[in-house]
Ligand binder design. Structure first.
Ligand code: HEC
Ligand code: HEC
Ligand code: HEC
Ligand code: HEC
Length: 700
């Protein structure tokens, strides 16, 4: 696309967008469209651009899948639902270009001088923002400034099957039904989930876009311009903060991070465009009064191995509603299909949230029973999002940095064997175990990590006790598939008391359980496994070791139901201790906020429901999958620790502030939601041991 043509078109598009910002004003000048006749009628307006045949598919299916994945910008829709005379636009590109008005090639001038920002919603400013960003020619003329990844193999202007390349990863210009460039730009998954591999410079789809400054990109939006009178009036009418304030907030997020749900009030400022149309969107749009902390973008490689997704574990492959849809993707065994589908939904939901392709939400709504659409319409939707080709791209192996093999082997042994710290004996199970007693429970429950000890105990843990999982339901022979990190007791801390062990004396809060450490197994990992294998020959597949998404830890370790008001108390009580403001949904005015939970006696099939329940603060965090770590700094869910080595330092010695990206951004760990505390594991190792451990982590 030529920048000149683009500019001319974009200007008129933006003018139209600003004019239409007040939805009421737009409608006044047109006959009202007929009301949509149920959700299915909405889908009738949706067109999959891949059905517009433009030449034969490339013969190489791998290349075709790659093209499909990279160019996937979702479907086209009528601007006015149910009105066949209204223009057909790519929902995603139209949203960002016409409605939101991101400065793809408009000059950017952001001048913020001491603008106060209240991050935690308590009505008092937590910091002020002073930043001056000037980018002539906008986002596309200054990709480095925005942390975008250039794509030399896919240069700007190259026409693909359904879009034109912008020359940077994750931004595409869709071709219209007539095959001509639309002049609008849309975002794909790779904007946030793609990056050049530091090991060899190759672009890897699935690595987090750690340099990409999504907040800066959004801050260029025309709807945030307070000189845009109609936009400003609309913001006031809906009770949203002024554009300048939202910009200041966005500029505080920094590269590699963004908030999926709130978008700092940006998406809700294009009023009535889609939320009027799709009932479900009202559900995902939230106000601007809760906490809207940016979180760091995770690696999403080989995601089908995951049992829980997102930092909070908010998506679970055990969710009952996934069951309904296993048939939709077909051809796979049940468990694999559930995992793949969870990823597809993630995909669709993300498209819906980030790119405003609302058919995805409608689809998700239909699945969860919030909207009724026919089975055929439901089955058609996944194709619009190229989810299968996206998954295929994520499974591709990528180069790891060269590591010192001997040091990495020593690091691996430390990871598997050394006690790294102590933690409160509490974990959250997203779904209750398949135990008869827990059969009637739904939603999250609490269970001890070690069922032989009380919930209030601190249990000693190795890295591998948390960062390992056996996620796959397929059952395999233990002789051929030993536990990848060498011990059964990384995951099983107690054993039902068998009659042959009647003489063993060991303390246990549950008289039916014995600590594994009390069993007559040898001390070495090999002896332990041999002992256990004597009676257990088969096991569920351990899957890829790096997926440790099976455990959730509550921030509220002392169980007072309040995770956010006094995080130091929870740290002292042995909590995971990282910044607890992952729950951005709860408005400050509703603090303290907690959810009641059933307590189980263990996390296994023999679990019983304990007499007393518990309550816990609304936020918990999933054990991070350790994959592609070398390419995904900064670390922790809020991206508050700049290097792996710093994560092994006590929090007080981790850097309090560090630069990120290329636009003058400094990450300040002292701001609410940015804390770098907690996860103290391994901080007492020697310097040499830490170096070995880092070498191992870099190899994953
Ligand atoms: C604007 C940035 C952005 C875009 C675009 C984006 N994501 Fe994400 N993605 C995120 C962030 C941030 C998270 C972490 C969210 C959380 O923890 O709540 C995430 C989480 C995920 C996860 C879960 C990973 C894990 O470790 O559990 C998957 C899978 C995922 N995204 C897939 C996709 C797909 C597929 C697309 C394209 C359809 C996409 N994302 C587009 C930012 C983005
Ligand atoms: C990385 C974690 C992990 C390791 C290591 C591990 N397991 Fe498991 N094991 C699990 C999970 C997860 C389950 C399923 C629990 C459930 O379904 O509630 C399980 C279940 C079991 C069960 C119950 C099977 C059933 O169908 O009820 C036995 C027995 C078992 N494991 C034995 C072992 C033995 C012996 C070893 C060492 C050779 C071992 N495990 C190592 C995670 C692990
Ligand atoms: C002497 C034989 C024997 C040995 C050795 C043995 N187990 Fe078991 N294990 C059993 C039996 C029998 C059961 C079923 C007990 C029951 O359901 O009451 C069982 C059950 C289990 C369960 C399921 C617990 C539950 O709550 O459903 C796990 C997990 C397990 N064993 C792990 C191990 C591990 C790990 C080791 C090695 C430390 C080990 N076993 C060693 C015989 C053995
Ligand atoms: C009690 C369980 C537990 C133990 C033990 C544990 N971790 Fe973690 N780890 C977590 C959780 C939970 C997170 C996510 C925390 C967050 O983001 O707030 C995490 C995050 C991480 C991360 C950051 C990953 C990312 O993508 O940002 C690394 C690296 C890591 N752990 C390495 C280790 C090492 C090395 C050890 C041993 C020295 C260890 N962990 C011990 C639970 C544990």
């Amino acid at each position: 696309m030529s920048p000149i043509r683009m500019r001319a078109r974009e200007n008129s598009i933006i003018a139209l967008g600003i004019f239409c910002l007040a939805a009421a004003a737009c409608h006044r000048h047109r006959p009202a469209p007929p009301p949509p006749a149920g959700p299915e009628a909405l889908l009738a307006d949706v067109v999959d651009p891949w059905t517009w045949r433009r030449g034969a598919d490339p013969a190489d299916p791998q290349a075709a899948a790659r093209q499909h994945a990279i160019e996937d910008i979702g479907p086209f829709e009528r601007v006015r639902s149910g009105d066949p005379t209204s223009p057909l636009v790519n929902t995603n590109a139209d949203y960002w270009t016409r409605l939101v008005g991101v400065a793809w090639d408009r000059d950017v001038d952001l001048d913020l001088e001491d603008v106060p920002v209240d991050l935690d919603g308590d009505g008092r400013p937590d910091t002020t923002v002073t930043r001056h960003v000037h980018a002539k020619g906008g986002v596309l003329a200054n990709p480095e400034l925005f942390g975008l990844t250039r794509t030399p193999d896919d240069p700007r202007g190259r026409v693909g099957r359904v879009s034109v390349s912008t020359g940077v990863l994750g931004l595409r210009e869709p071709l219209g039904a007539d095959g001509k460039p639309t002049g609008q730009i849309g975002m794909t998954c790779w904007l946030c989930h793609g990056e050049a591999n530091p090991a060899d410079g190759q672009i890897v789809l699935g690595l987090p876009g750690v340099k990409f400054d999504y907040g800066l990109l959004l801050a260029t939006a025309a709807v945030l311009d307070d000189k845009n009178a109609e936009a400003a009036a609309e913001r006031r009418r809906r009770g949203f903060p002024p554009g300048r304030l939202v910009r200041a907030r966005l500029l505080l997020a920094g590269p590699g991070r963004q908030d999926l749900t709130g978008e700092f009030g940006l998406d809700v400022t294009v009023p009535g465009v889609h939320s009027l149309r799709y009932a479900g969107t009202a559900r995902v749009r939230q106000g601007t009064h809760g906490l809207v902390n940016p979180i760091s973008v995770p690696a999403i490689l080989a995601a089908p191995g995951m049992a829980l997704e997102n930092w909070s574990g908010s998506e679970s492959s055990r969710s009952p509603w996934l069951e309904k849809n296993v048939g939709l993707i077909g051809g796979q065994d049940g468990e694999a299909a559930r995992r793949a589908l969870m990823f597809d939904l993630r995909n669709l939901g993300t498209l819906g949230l980030q790119q405003d392709s609302f058919p995805g939400l409608l689809w998700a709504d239909a699945i969860t029973g919030h909207a009724q659409i026919s089975a055929k319409a439901l089955a058609d939707v996944p194709a619009w999002y190229a989810a299968a080709s996206v998954r295929a791209m994520l499974a591709v192996r990528f180069a790891r940095p060269p590591v010192n093999a001997a040091a990495a082997a020593r690091g691996r042994a430390l990871f598997a064997e050394r006690v790294a710290g102590r933690i409160a004996n509490r974990q959250i199970l997203k779904e209750p175990p398949r135990s008869p007693a827990a059969a009637d429970l739904d939603g999250p429950v609490m269970a001890p990590i070690d069922p032989t000890q009380p919930l209030s105990a601190r249990v000693a843990v190795r890295c591998a006790d948390c960062h390992s999982a056996a996620p796959l339901e397929t059952v395999v022979a233990l002789a051929d598939h030993p536990p990848p990190l060498g011990r059964c007791s990384h995951c099983h801390r107690a054993h039902p008391r068998l009659s042959e062990w009647a003489s063993i004396r060991a303390a246990s809060v549950d008289p039916r359980q014995l600590p594994i450490s009390a069993l007559p197994a040898g001390p070495t990992p090999a002896a332990e496994v041999a002992f256990c294998e004597g009676c257990h020959a088969r096991h569920r597949d351990f899957g890829p070791l790096v997926y440790s998404s099976s455990r959730l830890f509550p921030f509220d370790a002392d169980g007072d139901g309040d995770a956010q008001l006094a995080p130091e108390r929870d740290r002292r009580a042995g909590g995971i201790g990282t910044d607890p403001w992952l729950a951005f949904d709860v408005p400050r005015s509703q603090w303290p906020f907690s959810v009641p939970l059933a307590v189980l006696t263990s996390s296994g099939r023999r679990a019983r429901v304990a007499e007393a329940g518990a309550s816990t603060g609304a936020a918990w965090v999933r054990v991070a999958p350790l994959l592609g770590l070398a390419a995904s700094a900064p670390y922790l869910h809020d991206g508050s620790v700049p290097t792996l080595r710093a994560l092994l330092d006590p929090p007080a010695r981790r850097p309090a502030a560090f630069p990120l990206g290329q636009a003058g951004f400094v990450f300040d760990t002292r701001l609410p939601g940015n804390g770098n505390q907690g996860h103290d594991f391994g901080t007492n190792l020697t310097d040499a041991e830490k170096a070995d451990l880092v070498e191992f982590l870099r190899s994953l």
